[in-house]
Design a protein around this ligand. Structure first.
Ligand SMILES: Nc1nc2c(ncn2[C@@H]2O[C@H](COP(=O)(O)OP(=O)(O)OP(=O)(O)O)[C@@H](O)[C@H]2O)c(=O)[nH]1
Ligand SMILES: [Zn+2]
Length: 352
C-alpha cells in the first residue's frame, strides 16, 4: 500500500520520529489510520487530549495526522499531531447540545444527496448548500431514486435553479448502470463525502460504486432500535477507480454550525439590493424589493422563506456559539464558573 493512494498527501512537515498517516475510520474513539507501512488501529496521544478545547481539536475521518508507530503491528499507533485541514465539515450535534460535531476533513467534494421520492425537499437542499459553502469543499448535488420520481424534469429544473453552476448528477440505483454518471464524475485521488438524510440511498450508491472491492472494509453497520440498518461509523474507502469516499451517518436534520447562507441565495440578495432600507429584514418594512419580487412573480416565495429561516437559525447559532466559547474559556482558566466566582470573591476581599 502507498499512502499517496489515499489522497493528495498533506505537505506539512513531519516531525522526526513520527510518520504521516490518514485517518480512514473512526468508531467510538477508536481510529484506523493508513501509512506507507500499512494500516493500524490508533489512539489519540494523552498530550493532545489535554490541550483539546473543542471537537475540532480531535482528528476525524479524512484527517492527515502524524503518528508514532507501535513496535508490533498488533499494538496501537499513537496520533501525536493533527495536520492543518484544507476543508472541514461540521454539523450540530444531535440532541439539545450545541456542540459542533466533526463529520469529515480534507474533503474535496461534498456530494449532497437527496432522493426524488417523498424525501425531495428544496428547502433542505438549501440548508445543505449553505453548510457546504462554508466547508471549503466544492459541492455537487446527487439526486437519488430517479425510478421513484413523480416529475423528474421539473424536479431537475428546480434543483438546477437553486444550485446554479454546481454539478447535478441523477442516479437510479435500481438500474444496472444507474450510477455510471456518478462514477464518471469521481476522480482518482480526490476525496468525496456523501451527505444526506437517512435512507436517501448513500450506502447503496457507495456499494454500487465499489462493487466487490470493499467487502473487507465495509462500514460497520448495526441495527438500531427500529431494526433498520443505519450507518453508525464513518469510514474512508478507496474505490476501484482510485477515488476516496467517506460515508457519513444519515442525518435526520442537518443543524447549521458553520454556514454561508448568503452564498446560497444570490437571487434573493440581488433583489435585496433594491430595498429602501439597507438593513431590511424583508419581513414588514415598506419598500422591500424582495417581497415585491415575490408579489410580482419574479422570485419564488419558497426561496424567501428558506432564506429567512436559515438566516434566523444562523443568527441564533452565532449568539449561542459566543456563549459556549466564553464558558469554555472560563473552564480552562478557572476550572469552572463556580471556581471563577470564588476566586473573584477572594480577589475582591484582598483589594479592600
Ligand atoms: N427504488 C429505489 N430504491 C433505492 C434506490 N437507492 C436506494 N434505495 C433503497 O433505499 C433504502 C435506503 O438505502 P440506503 O443506501 O441504506 O440509504 P442511506 O442513505 O445509506 O441510509 P443511512 O445509512 O441511514 O444514512 C434501501 O432500502 C435501498 O434499497 C434507488 O435508486 N431506487
Ligand atoms: Zn427587503
Amino acid at each position: 500500500m502507498k499512502l499517496t493512494e489515499y489522497g493528495n498527501t498533506s505537505t506539512q512537515n513531519v516531525v522526526a520520529g513520527l510518520t504521516l498517516a490518514r485517518v480512514t475510520a473512526l468508531n467510538h474513539q477508536q481510529y484506523t489510520i493508513v501509512t506507507d507501512a500499512g494500516q493500524f488501529s490508533a489512539q489519540v496521544a494523552g498530550r493532545m487530549l489535554n490541550f483539546a478545547v473543542g471537537p475540532e481539536d480531535f482528528p476525524t475521518v479524512g484527517d492527515w495526522v502524524q503518528v508514532r508507530l507501535p513496535d508490533t503491528p498488533l499494538d496501537l499507533a499513537t496520533i501525536e499531531r493533527l495536520n492543518v485541514r484544507n476543508t472541514v465539515f461540521l454539523r450540530k450535534g444531535a440532541g439539545r447540545g450545541h456542540e459542533a460535531q466533526l463529520v469529515a476533513a480534507n474533503v474535496d467534494w461534498l456530494l449532497l444527496c437527496m432522493s426524488l421520492d417523498g424525501n425531495f425537499n428544496l428547502r433542505r437542499l438549501e440548508r445543505y448548500l449553505a453548510v457546504a459553502a462554508a466547508s471549503g469543499a466544492q459541492a455537487a448535488v446527487v439526486l437519488t431514486k430517479a425510478d421513484l420520481a413523480q416529475e423528474l424534469p421539473a424536479q431537475e429544473l428546480a434543483v438546477q435553479y437553486i444550485i446554479g453552476t454546481a454539478p447535478l448528477i441523477v442516479c437510479d440505483a435500481s438500474r444496472q448502470d444507474g450510477v455510471a454518471a456518478l462514477a464518471e464524475f469521481m476522480q482518482s485521488g480526490l476525496t468525496y463525502a456523501f451527505l444526506g438524510s437517512s435512507g436517501v440511498g448513500k450506502s447503496t450508491l457507495i456499494n454500487q460504486l465499489s462493487g466487490e472491492q470493499t467487502q473487507s472494509t465495509q462500514a460497520v453497520r448495526t441495527k438500531d432500535a427500529h431494526g433498520r440498518h443505519t450507518t453508525t461509523s464513518r469510514q474512508l474507502l478507496r474505490l476501484g477507480n482510485g477515488s476516496l469516499v467517506i460515508d457519513t451517518p444519515g442525518m435526520r436534520e442537518l443543524g447549521l454550525v458553520e454556514a454561508d447562507v448568503d452564498a446560497t441565495f444570490s437571487d434573493v440578495l440581488a433583489f435585496a439590493a433594491g430595498c429602501r432600507f439597507s438593513d431590511c429584514t424583508h419581513q414588514q418594512e415598506p419598500g422591500c424589493a424582495v417581497r415585491q419580487a415575490v408579489a410580482d412573480g419574479h422570485l419564488d416565495a419558497g426561496r424567501l422563506t428558506g432564506y429567512l429561516q436559515l438566516r434566523a437559525e444562523q443568527a441564533e447559532n452565532v449568539a449561542l456559539r459566543g456563549k459556549t466559547r466564553e464558558n469554555a474559556k472560563i473552564d480552562r482558566m478557572f476550572g469552572s464558573k463556580k471556581q471563577m466566582k470564588a476566586m473573584m470573591k477572594v480577589a475582591r476581599r484582598k483589594r479592600r
